[in-house]
Write a protein that binds this ligand. Structure first.
Ligand code: 3PG
Length: 305
């Protein structure tokens, strides 16, 4: 019987071609619903997903033939890792493919907030010249607090340092002394990072430890003008507490690429004037998608052969 792979989300053609050339039968259904997937998953040896498809316990248990689940991307919070482990299914991902794209978006969002670029664009297109209201601030000399220094956090910190920002980080996993030296950074407890940063940026995965790690208590600690940037996972931030903090002027603004529910149903938070928002486009570059598709195809081929 031929090895069969189901691609459940939009994945670059190059990866799909690689899988076919390796002799696998590949079905592509980038809009598949959870119900449809549960019905047909038993026909496949491997699934390839991005963040849209939730590979739940029910789906894994229905996938009697499954040997591998490939995530063309970084976050694994949409895959029930515990059930996959119990069933002996290999879970593969490609965090290295996306770091540059997510880091560049993060820096873009920080500059967008600091200089009100989306508002300036919107108002001028409406024929309004509101130059006097658009007084921003420069990043040079300001402090960036980076929570998480993995692939993306490291790249964000390096670009921010090149822009003249001082970098603070909080130790979540052991950090390399060479990297700390290169960034000329200070490692501080989370509380101090929140108190001293002008911009706080999140680069941790969503786990039971990081769920709502930034909430009302943390906003209380931040500077009144500080910005929060989240290009990681929506549920790391308590969105209700963020809404209150922004409306009450507890913090200066927020830039969000990710949301607790995607697409967000309640638009109150993202419609605030001090919020800049994008639609989970961190990894949405040609280069990142090409690399993620190609790498996940290679990893699946190695794992299944
Ligand atoms: C990731 O975790 O890889 C990024 O958040 C991108 O997710 P996406 O592949 O669903 O765009």
């Amino acid at each position: 019987m031929k090895t069969k792979i189901l691609v459940c989300d939009p994945v670059h053609e190059e990866g799909i071609e690689k899988l076919k050339q390796a002799g696998f039968e590949v079905d592509v259904n980038p809009t598949i619903t959870p119900e449809q997937l549960t019905k047909i998953v038993s026909n496949y040896d491997a699934l390839i997903v991005r963040s849209r498809t939730k590979v739940t316990k029910e789906i894994i248990e229905a996938g009697r033939r499954l040997r591998a689940i490939g995530r063309a991307g970084a976050g694994l919070d949409n895959i029930d890792l515990e059930t996959a482990k119990q069933r002996g299914i290999t879970v593969l991902s490609t965090p290295e493919a996306l770091a540059e794209a997510v880091a560049e978006l993060t820096i873009g969002l920080i500059i967008s907030l600091a200089r009100s670029i989306p508002l300036a664009d919107r108002t001028l297109k409406e024929g309004k010249w509101i130059k006097k209201k658009l007084m921003g601030w420069q990043l040079e000399g300001k402090t960036l607090g980076t929570i998480g220094l993995g692939n993306v956090g490291e790249r964000v910190a390096k670009i921010a340092k090149a822009l003249g920002m001082k970098i603070l980080i909080t130790e979540i996993i052991p950090l390399s002394p060479e990297l700390l030296k290169e960034l000329e950074t200070e490692v501080v407890p989370l509380k101090e990072l929140l108190q001293r940063s002008d911009v706080v940026t999140l680069h941790v995965p969503l786990t039971s430890q990081t769920y709502h790690m930034i909430g009302a208590k943390e906003f209380q600690l931040m500077k009144k003008e500080a910005f929060l940037v989240n290009t990681s996972r929506g549920a790391i931030v308590d969105e209700k507490a963020l809404l209150t903090a922004l409306k009450s002027g507890k913090i200066g603004g927020a830039a969000l690429d990710v949301y607790e529910v995607e697409p967000p149903r309640d638009l109150e938070l993202i419609k605030l004037p001090n919020v800049v928002c994008t639609a989970h486009i961190g990894a949405q570059t040609k280069e990142a998608q090409n690399a993620a598709a190609s790498m996940i195809a290679e990893k699946i081929i190695n794992s299944l052969k």
